[in-house]
Design a binder for this molecule. Structure first.
Ligand code: SF4
Ligand code: SF4
Length: 156
């Protein structure tokens, strides 16, 4: 009786396996793009306004909210009039670094930002050889500099 139960369980398991065989779930990355959901949290994006001014006002709220202490900001003031300024406000982030060796992609920084200056982008190819390379600077994170990976597509 026990042997029959085992054989029956194996048969049921194999039936399930064969039923799902046509449903290929493995993506042949990087030959095929990886399909990501809209809520996917990849590399951060620092945003600019419609005139290209950086939205970040160096308020430090994202750095305070970060549970991994992964964000390093240095604030500065740019007293020039708006058309010549770096940012939307006089105060801006002279330095904005994120250490991807520490980041846990929780998204708290995005939620804490009162200026919609930082969001979690789709780029997921975040592998580097040294700890120094894991620290990304403002120049790497700005939407004007960052390119979306050709190896991904966003689900509609
Ligand atoms: S996603 Fe989370 S851990 Fe990463 S920088 Fe933002 S707050 Fe910090
Ligand atoms: S990204 Fe947003 S929360 Fe962080 S310092 Fe800039 S304005 Fe403040």
């Amino acid at each position: 009786m026990r042997v029959l139960d085992v054989v029956k369980a194996i048969a049921q398991g194999l039936a399930t396996t064969f039923r799902h065989l046509p449903d290929r779930v493995t993506t042949q990355y990087p030959d095929e793009p990886v399909r990501l959901e809209r809520r996917f949290r990849g590399q951060h994006i620092l945003h600019v306004d419609e005139n290209g001014r950086e939205k970040c006002v160096a308020c430090f709220l994202c750095a305070i909210a970060c549970p991994a202490d992964a964000i390093y900001i240095e604030a500065a003031e740019d007293l020039r009039p708006y058309p010549e300024r770096i940012g939307v406000d006089i105060r801006y982030a002279r330095v904005y670094d994120i250490d991807y060796g520490k980041c846990i992609f929780c998204g708290f920084c995005e939620e804490a930002c009162p200026k919609d200056a930082i969001t979690m982008g789709p780029n997921f190819e975040l592998a580097w050889y040294t700890r120094e390379d894991m620290i990304k600077h403002k120049e790497d994170l700005l939407i004007t500099r960052q390119r979306v990976s050709p190896h991904l597509e966003i689900a509609p």
